[in-house]
Design a protein around this ligand. Sequence first.
Ligand code: NAD
Ligand code: DAU
Length: 331
Amino acid sequence: MRLLVTGGAGFIGANFVHAAVREHPDVHVTVLDALTYAGSAESLAPVADDVRLIHGDISDAELVEKLVAESDAVAHFAAETHVDNSLADPEAFLRTNVIGTFTLLESVRRHGIRLHHVSTDEVYGDLALEDPVRFTESTPYNPSSPYSATKAASDMLVRSWVRSYGVRATISNCSNNYGPYQHVEKFIPRQITNVLTGRRPKLYGAGANVRDWIHVTDHNRAVWRILSDGELGRTYLIGADGERDNLTVMRTLLRLMDRDPNDFEHVTDRAGHDLRYAIDPSVLRDELGWAPRHDDFESGLAETIEWYRDNESWWRPLKDASEAMYAERNQ
Ligand code: NAD
Ligand code: DAU
């Protein structure tokens, strides 16, 4: 199979490509990535000899047309992904997440190519802390931020291209990922690298917000299952029963790094901050037989801390610029 992976030089995409090369040596992988601030060829260095990396934009219709025509399937990870950036400057989110997905859809439509669209649980908005139900495939869309609104728009485009044009696509909406190669702007790597660079970790508001954590390799195993055996036109929710509030994650991380669990700062909260995400993954478990392998968050977090300790050369060049941006926002 010839597989085109958009956004394969980003956090989840790079982990996906590593696993594809390791576990499916018969698959020829081409990565299309704009190498924005969030993407890096270095994240693909361990598989550089086995992967073709094309530096380009998913909104470039001519390039996308050529690459899709040469492929049997597309795994679409490319996106602008950071909520805080979308609040500061939403335009790139419209271009990549909406126009970029539209551009891909038009090409897979013309060539009859299988598409898997990677999306987020943030399209469903948020839940109350005590809400007894979790997100399911039929939860109404209710996005809160420019990021989640553009991801919701991209999901709607995929659904309508399936229905109107018979495009052979599936969608997955996953919860918060953690693991190696995640940009230092995101919560967990930011705090790990704050400690490693002598900065104090930063918690938005009181830290009561709940995220549903899943290890990136479990997310990617689910994406592979859906790409292989998912029913066309369906949406699958991916989650690992990993709900934790941010304060608990912060204290766990500090303890694992041999720090005082209260040695962090409260900083300005995020505008419109979603309170709680929670995924009900029963359809994926029951129909596709998927189950997470990292079922112990604390040991997954400890491994992730070790990865950042061992791979300073990967994240060090990003750190000062990322913190300078946060400082401007009082975060
Ligand atoms: P990331 O920000 O780490 O990586 C995104 C990648 O896309 C980067 O390599 C970047 O260079 C590339 N990219 C951006 N704009 C592009 C463009 N116009 N053309 C080509 N490439 C472009 O993101 P991530 O965390 O790896 O997320 C990947 C996907 O998974 C996204 O679609 C995101 O919405 C979704 N998702 C992420 C999470 C999470 O917790 N990180 C959870 C659920 C879903
Ligand atoms: O739910 C899936 C989503 O998870 C993905 O679609 C997004 O692409 C991904 O970025 C992530 O979104 P979040 O906004 O939940 O992730 P982030 O890492 O930015 O923040 C996680 C929580 O931690 C959130 O409640 C905000 C808080 N936070 C974040 C940062 C960067 C802090 O308290 N301090 C921080 O320094």
